[in-house]
Every structure is written in structure tokens, then in C-alpha cells.
Write a protein that binds this ligand. Structure first.
Ligand code: MLT
Length: 269
């Protein structure tokens, strides 16, 4: 039995608006750092095209101060495999944003047979640089010392693009609230998992399923040039840039994000 908490949005079909229509397929969306599955709420509407949408909260996230912690991407990937097995889901379109992409790479290594299609949003395959690892160590000390609000102060200006911060200040506060729903040890565990993650560049050559790479044009953490390099490394993949969006492209420009994801799902389903 899986212990992972998750959001489960049943498939709906236009011809059967009130009912639980037969699913065209399952879409699994994995959140980034230091967030929770709630960042994917603007994508729940994709259930209206017949897709069941499953959104895990990675181990400990959205559980407050008492939340558990993981220490590797394989921990997170293992939890998701257990969840899919407990739901009897043999195949799905699986995607992740940023750290969710790192988890997705671990899933691709450990359980490629579960993938019907792949979405990689605002993420990168490379491991942390030595400087990056030092930055993670500093943030682990900060979160243990000052709590999640210090991480929110550090991350918010980088997570959200200039357009969002200028035109949608309410969204900045929504993302802060999501960060604050996580405990210090859950955040420290995710930082440990990120700083120890392996280089996933060799994994790219093994990808055999339809793949969509998405990136916010104003993404300051994984900028568009990195998305172009990622797409170039995956045979047959497509790249879509999202205007007026930063690192949280699905949340900052949900209509544009959903349009490209919907078109991709039509191709895969
Ligand atoms: C994320 O959005 O998940 C993180 O910014 C990724 C990272 O720090 O490498």
C-alpha cells in the first residue's frame, strides 16, 4: 500500500460532463522544489479531455512541520512507482517540473516501462556543479536555522518571472503559501536529494517515447538555452516556449501551458 499523498482528478468527457467517463489515459505530474502538488491545479482542467490526472505530493511535502523527508531522487521515484502499482496504472504520460524533472529522470532509469509519453518542464539533466552543491549546503543550514520562510524569501524572486511579479502579485503570495506548507526537514531532504543526484544526460539517449520539453521564456533557473539543449538531446522530442512565464511556467501562464500540453496529449493518447 502506497503511503504517498496525491490528488486524483478523474477523467471527464465533453459528451459525459457529469460522469466519470472512460479515461483516454493517465497523466502524472510531479512538482518542483520547494512546492507541492498544488502547483498543478491549473492543469486539472485537462481531465475534461478524458485524461485522469494524478498529482503526487512528493514524500513529506504539503504535510507541515511534521512532514517526512527523503534523501535521494530514487526515494521519490520509488514512492511514485509504489503509487502507480497501488492504483494498478501500468502506463501513463509522466512529467515533472524542475526537481519534478529530476525525479522523472530517476523514474526513466528505474521503470521505463511505465512511460507512455514524457513531459519535461523547466528542468535540466545535469547534476549540480561543485558551486551548486555548496549553495545547497548553505540552504540546508538556512532552512534548519530560520525555517521555510527564509527559503521562500530566497526562492520566490527566482521561481517567478518578471511579468508575473509585476502583473500578478497575488500569485507570488499563493506560491509563498505553498512553500510554507512544507516542513524544514522535508525541504532539507529535497536539497540533499538534489545535490546528490546523478547526471541524467546519458539517460536522454535511452528515451524512446514521445517527449515534450516546455520552458518559460523568462525562466531564470533553467533558462531557454538549457531547454533547447535538453530538447536537442532527446530524439524526436518537441520544444515549446511559454511567453511571459518564468520557472513555474504551468502556474504563471496556464492557458498557454495547457494548450501545448493538450496538443501533445492528443498526439500521444
Ligand atoms: C525547482 O524548481 O525544483 C528547483 O529550483 C530546482 C533546482 O533548484 O535545481
Amino acid at each position: 500500500m502506497s503511503r504517498l499523498r496525491f490528488l486524483d482528478i478523474p477523467a471527464r468527457l465533453e459528451s459525459d460532463p457529469g460522469g466519470r467517463g472512460r479515461a483516454v489515459g493517465t497523466l502524472v505530474l510531479i512538482h518542483g522544489f520547494p512546492l507541492s502538488g498544488h502547483i498543478w491545479e491549473p492543469q486539472f482542467v485537462l481531465s475534461e479531455n478524458g485524461w485522469r490526472v494524478i498529482v503526487p505530493h512528493l514524500r513529506g511535502f504539503d504535510e507541515g512541520a511534521a512532514g517526512r523527508s527523503a534523501t535521494s531522487m530514487d526515494d521519490y521515484a520509488g514512492d511514485i512507482i509504489d503509487l502507480l502499482d497501488s492504483l494498478h496504472i501500468e502506463q501513463a504520460v509522466i512529467g515533472g517540473l524542475s526537481m519534478g524533472g529530476y525525479v522523472t529522470f530517476a523514474l526513466l532509469r528505474n521503470a521505463p516501462a511505465y512511460f507512455q509519453g514524457l513531459l519535461l518542464a523547466d528542468t535540466r539533466p545535469q547534476a549540480d556543479s561543485p558551486e551548486g552543491r555548496q549553495g545547497r549546503e548553505r540552504m540546508i543550514a538556512t532552512v534548519r536555522d530560520k525555517g521555510p520562510s527564509a527559503v521562500a524569501d530566497d526562492m520566490l524572486p527566482k521561481l517567478l518571472g518578471d511579468s508575473t511579479r509585476r502583473e500578478h502579485p497575488g500569485l507570488v503570495e499563493e506560491v509563498r503559501a505553498i512553500i510554507m506548507s512544507n516542513g524544514a526537514e522535508t525541504i532539507a531532504g529535497a536539497l540533499t536529494a538534489m545535490m546528490n543526484r546523478p547526471d541524467s544526460t546519458p539517460t536522454l539517449r535511452q528515451i524512446r517515447v514521445p517527449t515534450l520539453v516546455v520552458c518559460g521564456e523568462e525562466d531564470a533557473i533553467t533558462p531557454p538555452a538549457e531547454a533547447e539543449a535538453l530538447q536537442a538531446g532527446i530524439a524526436g522530442s518537441a520544444l515549446e516556449m511559454i511567453p511571459k512565464a518564468g520557472h513555474l511556467s504551468n502556474l504563471e501562464a496556464p492557458d498557454a501551458f495547457n494548450r501545448v500540453l493538450e496538443a501533445f496529449l492528443r498526439r500521444v493518447g
